[in-house]
Ligand binder design. Structure first.
Ligand code: E4P
Length: 215
């Protein structure tokens, strides 16, 4: 399973990229708003940091307008992927963008039926939101399992991005179930690096090293 970072914070993107663990970035309007910067400027900067798919979301709700928004975004860089909300209009926009050779990430997926439709409309990626399902008392991971199974059985090429990740267990479970990608907030990437036994082990090695005779 590949890892993307789910943020519009360029410092966090640089840090995760320097660790060598990410190969793509997802943003959304809320993440962009948190940065208090111009949308296109942020997206352009991200393209200079990570050489992989970078999702930039449209905010229009009609297919023609989504396509109008998508075209200049797609021109920013070959790695830009247009993030489209999962609606009838979004599916229409996905179809049009595919015919123009523009990659899409259909977002706000909360059911396997939605994922199947997005794949059939030609989405490059679908983003099922685990954490938000967990938040309303459903098991988000069951959705990943269903989508993986359906895409496998029918040989669908659309890649599944496990999104709305809240903790390292989400990442590990999504990997075990066969999601192609997990898009992970920076804080969760940092949590994934840690284990108390690693810290204790380092301290012990350093302490024992002090007793090694030095010339
Ligand atoms: C996915 O691409 C979204 O940006 C993201 O994962 C949403 O996560 P949230 O539910 O933590 O806002």
């Amino acid at each position: 399973m590949k890892l993307f970072i789910d943020t519009a914070n360029v410092e966090h993107i640089k840090k995760a990229n320097d660790m060598g663990v990410i190969c793509g970035v997802t943003t959304n309007p809320s993440l962009i708003a948190k940065e208090g910067r111009d949308f296109e400027e942020v997206v352009k900067e991200i393209t200079t940091i990570v050489d992989g798919p970078i999702s930039a979301e449209v905010i229009s709700l009609e297919s023609e307008k989504m396509v109008e928004e998508a075209l200049p975004l797609a021109k920013i860089h070959k790695n830009i992927v247009i993030k489209i909300p999962m609606t009838v209009e979004g599916l229409k926009a996905t179809k049009i963008l595919k015919s123009k050779g523009i990659k899409t990430n259909v977002t706000l997926i909360f059911s396997a039926a939605q994922a199947l439709l997005a794949a059939r409309a030609g989405a490059t990626f679908v983003s099922p939101f685990l954490g938000r399902l967990d938040d309303v008392g459903m098991v988000g991971m069951n959705l990943i399992e269903e989508i993986v199974q359906i895409f496998d059985v029918h040989g669908l090429e659309t890649e599944i991005i496990a999104a709305s990740i809240r903790n390292p267990i989400h990442v590990v479970d999504a990997a075990r179930l066969g999601a192609h990608i997990a898009t992970v907030p920076y804080e969760v990437i940092v949590q994934m690096t840690k284990h108390p036994l690693t810290d204790i082990g380092i301290q012990k090695f350093l302490k024992d090293w002090e007793s090694v005779p030095k010339k």
